[in-house]
Design a protein. Structure first.
Length: 161
């Protein structure tokens, strides 16, 4: 039975939980409003796949100058060890599936998220997450937060200088 969560300002449904596959694979469905962008981060243990069903995502992976633009029916993978982030660029938000191999990212979402009965995004944007809790919970699942929302992978070298 799928589990639905509020994960920061996203509505997330866990379709394949880590316990369903002995942690080998997980599958989430995410809904987000226009402009949604997570902090710049890197998965040290998972490959993260994206498959857009509705709307559009701009996906920055590694030091690419331009994002991959994924519309409905398009997919991409952010390999483990490579910094990445995305931004929902479609006016009406987006819906996409996220795969994680192994399922560490899905475990992170399940731990940080709050169960909800919602079936669509709430009218008001959720408050910003507790940064310290988000960073600590992510680290427990092999995910390192590298910078704030809006920071792109190519900005890492400038931030380190």
């Amino acid at each position: 039975m799928p589990t639905t969560l509020q994960f920061i300002d996203n509505l997330v449904t866990i379709h394949v939980a880590p316990e369903d596959t002995e942690g080998a694979f997980g599958l989430l469905e995410m809904h987000a409003r226009s402009g949604d962008q997570p902090p710049l981060h890197v998965h040290h243990e998972d490959d993260e796949g994206f498959h857009v069903v509705e709307g559009e995502l701009a996906l920055w992976i590694g030091d690419a100058d331009e994002p991959l633009v994924l519309g409905a029916g398009r997919s991409a993978v952010a390999p483990r060890g490579i910094p990445h982030t995305y931004r929902v660029t479609s006016e009406d938000g987006a819906r996409w599936f996220v795969s994680a191999t192994p399922a560490r990212f899905v475990s992170f979402v399940a731990e940080y998220g709050e169960p909800t009965d919602a079936t669509e995004l709430w009218a008001e944007q959720a408050p910003p997450p507790d940064g310290a809790r988000l960073t600590a919970t992510a680290a427990e699942h092999g995910i390192e937060i590298l910078g704030p929302p809006g920071m792109l992978p190519r900005d890492l070298a400038a931030a380190a200088a």
